[in-house]
Design a protein around this ligand. Sequence first.
Ligand SMILES: NC(=O)c1ccc[n+]([C@@H]2O[C@H](COP(=O)([O-])OP(=O)(O)OC[C@H]3O[C@@H](n4cnc5c(N)ncnc54)[C@H](O)[C@@H]3O)[C@@H](O)[C@H]2O)c1
Length: 345
Amino acid sequence: MRIGLLGAGRIGTFHATALAHTDGVDGLVIADADPARAAALAERLGAEAAVPATSVMSAAEAFAQVEAVVITAATAAHADLITEAARNRLPTFCEKPVALDLGRTVRALREVESAGTLLQMGFQRRFDAGFRAAREALRAGRLGRVHTIRAVTSDAAPPPAEFLPLSGGLIRDCLVHDFDAVRWLTGREVAEVYARGTDGGAACFREAGDVDTAAVLLTLDDDTLVTATATRYNGAGYDVRTELSGERDQWVVGLDDRTPMTSAEPGGPGAPVRPWSGFLERFDGAYRAELAAFVRAARGEVPNPCSGWEGLRALVVAEACELSRREGRPVRPAEVAERAGVPAL
Ligand SMILES: NC(=O)c1ccc[n+]([C@@H]2O[C@H](COP(=O)([O-])OP(=O)(O)OC[C@H]3O[C@@H](n4cnc5c(N)ncnc54)[C@H](O)[C@@H]3O)[C@@H](O)[C@H]2O)c1
């Protein structure tokens, strides 16, 4: 299958390299708003890749020459590129989110629906070995009734200041992964959220109307209580952990000899020798697995593992948290969905 990759930045470079070694991919066309960036990546992959990856072209040219599309461009471009791909009847993988506002997200998803094409969203935790094992254990009843979930997403260091206004903020950019993971792990919906954020770090967060640290309390529709925290300042390293506590057992995703933590107990584990440095390293296997699944889904061999509507549901929770943080009150995601005219899902 010949794939067009649109967006040759941080994640695009990773995904292009992974796709070049993915079964079923026999050509890769790379486009970027900055043609020099696309050319540099294509040249690099041309030397390294198992498939030819030397073509550089505009998105429109790429659509005419490929059988599937992988969108790794900046977020603001996603909705238009998804719409174009749907109109060209191309199965599409898109990095999260579809858009930063719900109305635009719904319009793009309607285009995909009316074209009858596939749209897979990039929530890679669904392909991470630890998250998958935890889901299986939970669904098999090994934990008993799960009453509490504690999720952590901590970046080792802030992203470049210019990324912040484009990111949608810490909650939409980072915690949205926890919201998707909690829904996917438990099979439950979020009934209510309460969110707080703080800004003790660089001024660029305040200037962008963003926070550098956030904590949210989610109540699921079966009354399971979930806390999720995120920060851009975790000097110990990159930390993604999810603890699930049930009446019979307690499982944790992301606890291993690279977890950036030091036990305060005498004789407890010290700081890891090689803490996780960032998402590309921590989720290397998960990203590769989600792209392999996309190629198989695009060929009709497996069902779509994460539809655009799933991405929308996680975004609705993020929007509710943003509103809660700004207004200092509990918010039901249903309130946000109704206000934005999101159809009942
Ligand atoms: N799933 C994850 O863990 C994860 C991690 C990082 C980023 N992301 C998502 O991936 C996307 C890209 O993030 P990034 O960190 O790689 O950003 P980046 O800024 O490094 O790269 C974005 C690239 O998109 C290009 N671009 C912009 N508009 C374009 C258009 N219309 N057509 C083609 N190319 C265009 C830019 O020139 C740039 O090269 C974002 O939506 C982000 O939310 C997801």
